[in-house]
Design a protein around this ligand. Structure first.
Ligand code: ADP
Ligand code: MG
Length: 486
């Protein structure tokens, strides 16, 4: 191939990603009226003149929504602006009855935050948050409800949202996913939103561009929408990076457009050329005064913030001496972390508490699809069980049985141990009898053991524990067995 015909020398490209995340605030009522914001109600049952945009109806700001938005902004280290301004974003769509959405534009609630994203290598990538503003949601178009027609459900119209806009600081699809996981975790800790993508209470638009590595300017971006899970956000961004890289490699320009992700086909397709903000004819909302928050009120909200996951994870390692893995699992969700701390207090042994929660407690919660707070064994009851093991009253094999009984009957560990005679047996005569029974039942192994095959001790331990219904004190049994070997 001649040099002239070769494509432009393969420049290494660097992906650049910024995310816009819409999060539904966990309020009882809508952003500007008193209709219920509940998910899943009978279509068009939660509507009123305000959210339907009927003439003369006036919006009133929902204070609870503002407080949640401020919590989110504080949790993400943003500067809260004591004065912000609502703006009308005008566009036509059948699910937007007013013909505009009340949002915020050039004077948002909060700016300049940061989210520390854990990266694959065990490091941290700080991603700057450009802005957080409050706005109302639109209704929902349902294309599969009525054959050949589109149905409109306006229950969601007017539900409160925050939009959280990152700077283009992300560089890989995996980091974008990690950003979302961390963001969701923080918002859940803060009680701001349930962040359930399936219910649409968290929605992500991914902005993607590529540029020659080392370049200081940004390439032309596209915006990808319509991802219904974090896994699909990652796939869609990966797809879009590849697509743009191919375009750039062939010397064509990337077009500034909005794409829709098709999860079934694994491709993103052009939806429209990208609208610019002037297309929306933003102007200050004439029906609402500026939103003015007192510095004292903001401080008071700040004082109610919980310890956030990253902090808590570090404290779990330092205060309880937990391994990094345990600390990560136990702080993934706030109610698990709360459950752990209460159990550790009751059990005394924090690592034992961690082991029980990471196995039995979380398995039960997962199996029953229930939050940990609804596991029928309270932290205090689990702590008692763990203390029985530490005291030597209960073997760990028997303890599993007791735990199952506690889940089933709600009785305490001590009650079950007594009722079912599960207390550990250390009495030498009783232990010798179990040992003799097992040796007699396995003459072959018994002979080899007597001849010095020491590794059979494990086999016998298992058999003896079984023979005793988990009640034999394993330490004493192993002592007796070893003595017999000699
Ligand atoms: P728009 O006006 O198109 O909405 P903005 O500048 O407001 O664009 O940015 C929206 C989002 O896109 C932000 O999250 C930002 O970080 C991201 N973004 C902006 N420019 C780029 C780019 N060239 N590549 C990737 N992401 C970008
Ligand atoms: Mg945008």
């Amino acid at each position: 191939m001649s040099a002239a015909a070769a494509p432009a020398a393969a420049v290494e490209l660097e992906p650049v990603i910024g995310l816009e995340v819409h999060v539904q605030l966990k309020t009882r009522t809508k952003m500007f009226c008193a209709d219920s914001a509940e998910f899943g109600a009978e279509p068009n049952s939660n509507v009123c003149p305000v959210c339907l945009g009927l003439p003369g109806a006036l919006p009133v700001v929902n204070g609870a929504a503002i407080e949640l938005a401020v919590r989110a902004a504080l949790g993400l280290g943003c500067t809260i602006h004591e004065r912000s301004v609502f703006a009308r974003k005008n566009y036509f769509y059948p699910d937007l009855p007013k013909g505009y959405q009340i949002s915020q534009f050039d004077r948002p609630l909060a700016t300049d935050g940061v989210l520390e994203v854990p990266t694959d290598g065990g490091g941290i990538r700080p991603v700057r948050i450009r802005r957080i503003h409050v706005e109302e949601d639109a209704g929902k178009s349902l294309h599969d409800r009525i054959p050949g027609a589109t149905a409109i459900d306006l229950n969601r119209a007017g539900v409160p949202l925050v939009e959280i806009v990152s700077e283009p600081d992300l560089r890989t699809a995996a980091d974008a996913r990690a950003y979302l996981a961390r963001l969701k975790q923080i918002l859940q800790y803060l009680g701001v939103s349930d962040c359930d993508m399936e219910k649409g209470s968290l929605r992500v638009d991914a902005n993607v561009s590529v540029r020659p590595r080392g370049s200081a300017t940004l390439g032309t971006k596209t915006e990808v929408k319509n991802m219904n899970s974090f896994a699909n956000v990652e796939r869609a961004i990966g797809f879009e990076i590849e697509r743009q890289s191919g375009i750039v490699a062939s010397g064509r320009p990337v077009l500034h457009e909005t794409l829709l992700w098709d999860a079934g086909r694994g491709v993103a397709r052009t939806m429209r050329s990208k609208e610019e903000s002037h297309d929306y004819r933003y102007f200050e909302e004439p029906d609402l005064p500026p939103l003015v928050l007192g510095a004292g009120w903001i401080r008071a909200v700040e004082e109610t913030l919980p310890e956030l996951p990253q902090r808590r994870e570090r404290r779990f390692r330092e205060e309880y001496g937990l391994p990094e893995y345990d600390a990560g699992v136990l702080t993934a969700e706030r109610d698990v972390a709360d459950y752990f701390e209460a159990t550790a207090r009751a059990a005394v042994d924090a690592k034992a508490a961690s082991n029980w929660i990471m196995t039995e407690v979380l398995s039960w919660a997962n199996e029953h699809e229930k939050p940990v707070a609804e596991v029928p064994v309270t932290p205090v009851a689990l702590g008692d069980l763990i203390r029985l093991i530490a005291e030597g009253t209960l073997s760990s094999t028997a303890a599993k049985k007791v735990f199952a009984g506690m889940v089933e009957t709600g009785r305490s560990a001590r009650e079950i141990v007594e009722a079912e005679g599960l207390a550990q047996v250390s009495d030498a005569d009783r232990l010798e009898r179990w040992i003799d029974e097992v040796l007699a039942a396995n003459p072959d192994e018994a002979r080899r053991y007597a001849e010095g095959e020491a590794k059979l001790v494990g086999f016998f331990m298992g058999q003896i524990m079984k023979q005793s219904g988990g009640k034999a004190d394993p330490e004493r049994v192993s002592q007796i067995l070893k003595a017999r070997l000699r």
